[in-house]
Design a protein around this ligand. Structure first.
Ligand code: ASP
Ligand code: MG
Length: 452
């Protein structure tokens, strides 16, 4: 049995949902059981819901209610296109009930003039509740026995609204109690991702993009053979397609490699969201719902034998290098703490760090507090900044045991001035910092060397 999670663009309209139905049918025919379907809100719906809540909280009631009606029409339209006969009226009634409730929330917020995270979760959750109900109902006319599952009854979290953390034991128990019997009865459970609830039933959400997390939790709790993330790209690529004309699809990579690649740039999936699957050794496959025949990219817990020396390249543009030089650093302790405290104070994340006996270089991409940071760092030493830089990472598990690969990475870049070079504890990632202007050429060179 597989868990199939469909992102917003894969459920965006009736055509997308018809593709989803065929994908579900194929999996069911292959496995004879399931699949479990987890869906995002239709594309842009979560953004629209959050906008509605924000407008309502500032008493822009008319604007908010107009958007509510637009969303209502969009959902009714999709439901009408897909669900026929006797099932249509009850579904439209459920949709209307949800939007009437949303309109009531809008009016209440306009009076209260305050939107709490708890209320935002009630509003944001509506996107997935609606899409999942529509899709569950749309399976029957296509000859598939869909059954809607209320995600709030199976994904159990703490009460950290808008970014709630799942309680694994409770969640897995609820999945076994409520979803496994649906599978045993030969049916196809359909639920919204992203949406959850506390132990006492208060609605929460897992944070933006959280449907992947739901998919991983469901797969882990039900011991799925595979978790499929259906999206609008073919999978993870060997390089940034904006910089390299024809990157290749990475067919397989380890979770650690995916984490290194995702960290900079490769935005297909946030690796932390699939941890529950990785911990249980369940592979996660990224697939394109417009090209369901593709093999996609499979992410496994452990490294597999890679046919290529590297697994992929990733880049991040628009970074700034900050150098701090001080002879006080020599043989002293506490210096780095002082430096990093400054970044912490200004809530600015540091990406790459290199040090020598008398200097530290770091890169940041958030420039908002840069002036204040430079002023504060001046207490530690001489500070210089260099904007318009970029990071380029070469990632691959084989870097760990085959030192000549790392040497080759640096050699290929021999005519490119490298500002920083870093290979951290994982040893599966070599990151170089270079001028942004040199990035396209550098990435191209590496891609030619390692992937042609
Ligand atoms: N609909 C939610 C969002 O847009 C969750 C998701 O799609 O993963 O953030
Ligand atoms: Mg997503």
């Amino acid at each position: 049995m597989v868990v199939q999670k469909f992102g917003g663009t894969s459920v965006a309209d009736p055509d997308a949902i018809r593709r989803l139905i065929e994908i579900v049918r194929t999996a069911r025919a292959r496995d004879g059981r399931g699949p479990v379907v987890v869906v995002s809100a239709m594309s842009k719906v979560t953004d629209a819901l959050l906008k509605i809540a924000a407008d309502a909280g500032e008493s822009r009631t008319d604007a908010a209610l107009a958007q509510v009606e637009q969303l209502r029409e969009r959902h009714r339209g999709v439901a009408t296109a897909l669900v026929t006969d006797g099932a249509r009226m009850p579904l439209l009634a459920q949709i209307d009930e949800q939007f009437d409730q949303l309109a009531a929330v809008v009016r209440a917020l306009a009076v209260l003039r305050e939107v709490s995270p708890r209320t935002l979760d009630v509003v944001a959750a509506m996107g997935e509740l609606l899409s999942s109900r529509i899709i569950a109902a749309a399976l029957a006319p296509a000859g598939l026995p869909g059954e809607w599952v209320d995600a709030r009854r199976v994904i159990v979290t703490n009460d950290h609204f808008m970014e709630a953390a799942p309680l694994l034991r409770e969640t897995y128990a609820a999945l076994r109690a409520s979803v496994a019997p649906i599978l045993d009865a030969g049916r196809v459970p359909v639920m919204g991702g992203f949406v959850a609830a506390t132990v006492d039933g208060t609605t929460t959400t897992l944070g933006r993009g959280g449907s992947d997390y739901s998919g991983a939790l469901v797969g882990a709790g039900l011991d799925a053979a595979e978790i499929q993330i259906w999206t609008d790209v073919d999978g993870m690529l060997t390089a940034d397609p904006r910089l390299v004309p024809e990157p290749r699809l990475v067919s397989q990579l380890s979770f650690s490699e995916a984490a290194e690649l995702a960290y900079f740039g490769a935005k297909v999936l946030h690796p932390s969201t699939i941890l529950p699957a990785v911990e249980r050794d369940i592979p996660v496959r990224i697939l394109n719902s417009r090209k369901p025949e593709g093999q996609g990219t499979i992410i496994t817990a452990h490294a597999a034998d890679s046919p290529t020396l590297l697994t992929g390249l990733a880049a991040k543009r628009d970074v700034t290098v900050v150098d701090i030089t001080s002879s006080r650093m020599l043989n002293s302790y506490g210096f780095l703490r002082q430096v990093f405290e400054v970044f912490e104070r200004f809530k600015t994340a540091v990406d790459v760090v290199t040090t020598s006996e008398v200097s530290v270089s770091v890169t940041v991409d958030d420039r908002r507090n840069l002036d204040a940071i430079v002023a504060a760092l001046s207490a530690c030493g001489e500070v210089a900044i260099e904007p318009e830089m970029a990071l380029l990472c070469a990632v691959g598990d084989r870097l760990r045991n085959e030192p000549e690969i790392g040497a080759r990475v640096i050699r290929v870049l021999e005519e490119v001035p490298l500002r920083m070079i870093s290979q951290a504890a994982s040893r599966r990632n070599i990151t170089v910092v270079l001028r942004q202007a040199d990035l396209p050429h550098a990435m191209h060179r590496l891609h030619e060397e390692f992937f042609r």
